[in-house]
Ligand binder design. Structure first.
Ligand SMILES: Nc1ncnc2c1ncn2[C@@H]1O[C@H](COP(=O)(O)OP(=O)(O)OP(=O)(O)O)[C@@H](O)[C@H]1O
Ligand SMILES: [Mg+2]
Length: 252
């Protein structure tokens, strides 16, 4: 499949080499290679259990790879702890959301601002940044609520706001559109597009194919931990191998 011509000329922000993760008796990710260019949106798709979350957990540092290397701005970060990678500019959302339940929506996001690469170390400034991120996600009216009082779609927005507050250069999004309705999906697509226009490099894990088609410069497909296809959204989604991998699985 043809790789997107534009992406090959971009400066790489992230490069993954031979990344492998074995759990007892199961290879969840097997020898995966890819790069992410500055200002690029890369889709990461594949059926349930393909290894998508495992892959980004290794990039963000919450899981240690069995073998392989991860280069961020041409420097290996594979041994850096998760908090250091966040500080360097690798931000992520979690598929299984983990809001701090007792904290307000505002302070949940302020924690992201303090933890990440925004350089903010004082709570008032972190709250100011948090407020701006929440407004961007349409949650400005919920800042004083407790995070555990939010419904599903608002929790998804909160998760994205937390990652944004970290001021990332690379953003790893794990199914931020799951459970959203069509209008809400379009709103999140617009936010992601505007982040891309600001120069962020974004890896999007998504089962919502409309989002993959409309957002991604390139798409990488995992199946049983292996890369089975890579190319433009049109080519990849028409590929017989990809259609076969998805048969009987979730589609949209
Ligand atoms: N901590 C773990 N210990 C053992 N096995 C794990 C662990 N985490 C993930 N796995 C297994 O690794 C495989 C890949 O899981 P992963 O969560 O990365 O898939 P995924 O592509 O994100 O799936 P989904 O689309 O359902 O989110 C699955 O078989 C899963 O059961
Ligand atoms: Mg997953």
């Amino acid at each position: 499949m043809n790789e997107n011509a534009v992406s090959t000329t971009r400066e790489n922000v992230l490069e993954v080499r031979g990344l492998t993760k074995r759990f007892a008796g199961l290879t969840a990710v097997n020898d995966v290679n890819f790069h992410l260019g500055r200002g690029e949106v890369l889709g990461l798709i594949g059926p349930n259990g393909a290894g998508k979350t495992t892959l980004i957990s290794m990039i963000s540092g919450t899981l240690q790879p069995t073998t392989g290397d991860i280069l961020y701005r041409n420097v290996s970060v594979v041994r850096a702890p998760a908090f250091r990678r966040a500080h360097m500019g690798i931000g992520r959302t979690f598929q299984i959301m983990r809001p701090f339940p007792g904290l307000s929506v505002l302070d949940n996001v302020a924690v992201g601002a303090l933890f990440g690469g925004s350089g903010l170390r004082k709570l008032p400034a972190a709250r100011e940044r948090a407020r701006a991120c929440l407004q961007r996600l349409g949650l400005g009216h919920r800042v004083d609520q407790r995070a555990d009082d939010l419904g599903g779609p608002d929790r998804k927005r909160l998760e994205l706001a937390k990652a944004l507050a970290m001021n990332p250069a690379v953003l790893l999004l794990d199914e931020v559109m799951a459970g959203l309705n069509l209008v809400e999906i379009d709103e999140v697509i617009d936010v992601i597009r505007s982040l891309r226009d600001e120069g962020l490099s974004i890896l999007v894990i998504e089962h919502v194919m409309k989002a993959i088609r409309s957002l991604c410069d390139r798409v990488l497909v995992l199946h049983h931990g292996e890369r089975i296809a890579e190319g433009s959204p049109q080519d990849v989604l028409a590929s017989p191998a990809v259609i076969e991998a998805y048969l009987g699985k979730r589609k949209s």
